[in-house]
Design a protein around this ligand. Structure first.
Ligand SMILES: [Zn+2]
Length: 404
């Protein structure tokens, strides 16, 4: 049997309790057996800690949402109580701001969205985001003191070492802006920032189309194309946050110039902007990506063919990605993914044809489960799943503030 908790030194007890709370925050709901396995603590220690947290009303026991085992009643799950704290997510798209407030049991309490020219008006966008967060918190009855952190997603590169957003060619209007600092200043809450493909990967691996998998590639195909990687259960950022820039793989050295300054990039050939420009020229009328998707669904041959070719090109990039990192599943999100199998079937074909057998055998190419909401859910996952020492401190302070 494990050591009696009363005989465990307070510092060790505190550390064990932090471990339990961190696992519950990351996982949302888990069985007591999972909690034992994931913390590496003894069953007796877990029982005592859980009992203590339940008496204080910080942990709830509830029936599992779906049967985790065939036959018999599924074991109850443990989750942090609503009073344990909250998380806030902010997603900046190129033309919208979306925010959400959740509790630490991973339940969405409130969401807001508004259209805005984000690319060209960074400060206006940051102000609007702060207003939307305050409004969402008010309607969910959430006070600032209970928020452990704010996750922020932006549709462009983020230097993970400095927190600075932008490059001279991608999201140029945001160049040099420290989005996390700006949000912290407006909301007086700690914030972290990451790019849209990274947080999309986190969202899908946490709750969506790759739920529970440890090796996941997420490809966001919209006006631009980028990938986020969850490897070994953790978001993989590279040395300075520039991981998965598959949109700037060179696919045709003599191809069209790309916004990054290179030419013949995948994005310049198969990105949403490239596709709409090409089709607009042939139809002699300006088309949006949504119109291209609608026309393809109605059977327009040129639009269907364009999407199939885009699928083949992105599929070849996905094959290279599979060869490099060998994911269990590739999730495809972003506006282009709305084309469904029109895009995904040619992608699957390319992955089979160009990938190494052992890297692509069994890999599934599936659509995003969250579509446009992948960003805001990923921003929440930055707080709940990735955490940060900053958030941990606030969570502990929040727990210590609770009556014993
Ligand atoms: Zn490029």
């Amino acid at each position: 049997m494990g050591v009696e908790l009363s005989r465990v030194p307070p510092s060790l007890r505190e550390r064990n309790r932090t471990l339990v709370v961190d696992v519950l925050r990351e996982q949302g709901g888990v069985t007591q057996a999972d909690l034992t396995r994931l913390t590496g603590l003894s069953r007796a220690t877990i029982s005592t800690l859980v009992a203590e947290l339940r008496i204080r009303g910080l942990v709830l026991e509830q029936p599992a949402a779906e049967p985790v085992r065939q036959g018999g009643r599924p074991p109850n799950q443990l989750a942090l109580a609503p009073s344990a704290g909250n998380a806030v997510g902010i997603d900046f798209g190129h033309s919208h701001v979306r925010v959400a407030v959740a509790d630490l049991a991973h339940r969405i309490l409130s969401e807001r969205e508004e259209a805005l020219a984000v690319d060209t008006d960074p400060l206006g966008s940051l102000d609007l985001a702060a207003d939307l967060v305050r409004d969402a918190m008010r309607s969910a009855g959430v006070s600032a003191g209970s928020v452990i952190g704010v996750g922020v997603g932006v549709p462009g590169p983020v230097d993970h070492r400095t927190g600075r957003v932008g490059s001279t060619s991608i999201l140029a209007g945001w160049l040099g802006i420290r989005a996390a600092d700006e949000i912290e200043r407006r909301l007086d809450l700690p914030a972290v920032v990451d790019n849209d493909a990274n947080i999309g990967a986190l969202a899908e691996a946490s709750w969506g189309a790759a739920r529970g998998l440890r090796h996941v590639a997420y490809i966001k195909a919209s006006s631009g194309i980028g990938a986020g990687l969850v490897l070994g259960g953790r978001l993989h950022r590279g040395a300075n946050g520039t991981v998965g820039e598959i949109g700037h793989d060179i696919v045709d050295e003599a191809g069209p110039f790309c916004r990054c300054g290179n030419r013949g990039c995948l994005e310049a050939v198969a990105g949403g902007v490239a596709v709409t420009e090409l089709l607009s020229r042939s139809r002699h009328e300006p088309l949006t990506m949504q119109q291209v998707l609608d026309l393809a669904e109605e059977g327009d041959l040129a639009c269907r063919r364009a999407l199939a070719e885009v699928g083949r090109q992105i599929g070849a990039a996905a094959a290279r990605l599979c060869n490099l990192v060998n994911p269990e599943r590739v999730v495809v999100g972003g506006l282009l993914a709305r084309a469904g199998d029109l895009l995904l079937d040619p992608m699957r074909e390319s992955v089979r044809r160009f990938g190494v057998d052992s890297a692509t055998a069994g890999v599934q190419i599936v659509p995003s489960e969250f579509g446009e909401r992948a960003g805001v859910f990923g921003a929440l996952a930055l707080v709940l799943r990735e955490g940060s020492p900053l958030f941990g401190d606030r969570l502990r302070a929040s727990l210590q503030g609770q009556p014993a």
